[in-house]
Design a protein around this ligand. Sequence first.
Ligand SMILES: N[C@@H](CCC(=O)N[C@@H](CS)C(=O)NCC(=O)O)C(=O)O
Length: 210
Amino acid sequence: MLRLHHAPMACSLASRFALAEAGLAHEVIVVRTARGENKAPAYLRINPRGKVPALETDAGVLTESTAILPFIADLAPGKNLLPPSGGFPRAEAQAWLSFLSSTLHAAYTGALRAEAFEGCDVEAVRSVHVARLTTALEELDAHLAGREFMLDAFSVCDLYLLVFLLWRGAPALAGRLAPSPNLDQFQQRMLARPALAAILGEEMKSMAEA
Ligand SMILES: N[C@@H](CCC(=O)N[C@@H](CS)C(=O)NCC(=O)O)C(=O)O
């Protein structure tokens, strides 16, 4: 059985989306990071870094979205959630996953959690990261012009990007991001997928209860 450790609306939502789109039996274990549950000994035994996602599998615990998403895709080869391993299209997909993690997610972290940069001016940290976020979103918006998906077909890259697009609605970013019409349309297309819309509804409910 696959068990996903996940915090509502966190980056682990991409793995939750992927498990659903892959049609794999799984359990979602909610880790309330806002309450510090990710730093509790019970969770640190699962992921000593105290981060979500963590995916418990029969072979062990896997962390890092850029590893978990391809792992899920490969467990459901009939769903074609990534190009097959070993070729250039798969390497391109991996490049996008890396970009989303190391550039887009990193920019969001600085923009939304600037106070975590100890000893630094919070507004200066936020401004630098909002600028990086803007550049990354501009690149993605241009990439999606005239395209339905990030790759030639629907993939886990789309699910990972969707989570970061949802984060644009964070109150701390209000009025700070440029319009991104292609990203807006992409987000709408993704949320027209019934499985994703249903999960997002559950996530919103979970956030409201927190
Ligand atoms: N590189 C990791 C990043 C994981 C990460 O930063 N997760 C955040 C949620 S988006 C988290 O667990 N934050 C809790 C904390 O740092 O206290 C991945 O992509 O899996």
